[in-house]
Design a protein. Sequence first.
Length: 389
Amino acid sequence: MTLKALIISLFLSGNTLARVAPVKSPSDNYKVKVRIAHGLKNVEVSGTDLTRYLHPVDQSKTYGGRKKVKFNCHYFSKDNKKVSNQILLASLTSGTGLVTFDKKKYQGELHVVTSGRNKKSCDVVNELEMDSYISSLLAKEMNASWPIEALKAQAVAARTYALHKIQKAKLLDSSFYDLENSEKHQVNGDFFDVTRRTLKAARLTSGFVLKNKLGKLTPAFFHASCGGRTLRPDEVWSNKVVGYEKVANCNYCKKKDNWQSVISRSRLKKIISWAMRKGYITKKLNLDKKIRIYKDKRNRKFLNIKVGSRKIKLKKAFFRRYFGRVQFPSNYFYLADGLGKGPVHFVGKGNGHGVGLCQVGSRGLALKGWDYKRILSHYFPELNIKKIY
Ligand SMILES: [Zn+2]
C-alpha cells in the first residue's frame, strides 16, 4: 500500500477500497457548488445505493441498499504534512438522487474537501443544478406561502447572485465551492424545504437573470425590508456596482420606526478607533478629547462627529458592520438622542442591508397585481432581464 492509499484508508475509518470505474458527473453548465458545512473533524454521509468516489486514488465504490459512510478528516490532514491548500477527497451520489448529511437530505452530489491550510478538518460542499438550488432557497430566503410573482422575482435575483459568484469563483480558481450557505451569501435549504410553489417559481423563471447595460451579470442583492427606500451598494459597502440606482418609493415598508439601539460613549469611541485602524478615517484623532455628535437626519449616509476640534464623518453603514445585525437591523436610521454627554440613541426602519430587491415591497407589489418582471424593473431600474439558458 502506498503512503497515499494508507492515508486514504485512515481517512475512511476502516472501509476497504474497491476497484470500480469512477462515476462521471452529468455535464451541466448551470450547477452551483454550495459549502454547507465547514471545519468538521468527522463527516457522515448516508443514502440508498450510495456511490463513493475517492479523488486522490481515483477509485469508486457503490453500496447496495442503505449505507452510511464515515470520513475521519483529522487523520488525513495530520498525516499528510504537505496538505496546504484544499484537496477534494471524495464525492458521493445516490441511486435516489438524494444524499443525507447532518440529518438533512440534499439533491445532487456531496463533496468532502479538506478545510485548507493547516486545518485538520473537512468542509462539505453540495453541488446541484441551479433550479433545484433556487427552489430550496426560496423557502429560506423568502416565504413559500408568499405570492408567486414575488417568489419569481426573488428566484431571478438569487439565480443572478449565484451565477455571478460562480463566475468569480472560476476566475479565482482556488476554491471548491462558489457560495457559502450563510447570511453572508445566500441561505439555501435542503430537499424538504422545496414546495410545489417554490419549485414552480424556479421553473417558470428558469434561465432568467439580471444583466447590466454592458451585458454582464450583476450581483443582484436583496434584503427583507428597506424601510421606505433602497440604497446603492456603494452607500453600504465601498464598491460601486454598475447598474444600481436607489429606489426612493417603496411604499410597503414606509411604516413606523421598528427598531432602536443605544450605544454607550465608550462603544462610540471603539467604533471610531476601529474606523481609524481600518483607514476609513484618515485624520489623526485624540479619542481622550470631548466627542460631540451633530443633529442628524434619517436619510443622511454619515453621522457627523467632532472629536476635540476635528470634524469627521462616520458612515452609518459601519455601525451595522461593527456592532452587528442584532444591534443595527438596517442601515436606515438616525440619531434620536445623544447630542449631550450620555449614551447615543438611534432609531431605525427596515431590516437588512437595504440594497437591491426589497422582499416586503415585492410581496406588496405582487399582491397589487404586478408580475415578477415589473417588480424586478422597479428595484433594478438599470438592469435588464435576460434568459441565458
Ligand atoms: Zn421596501
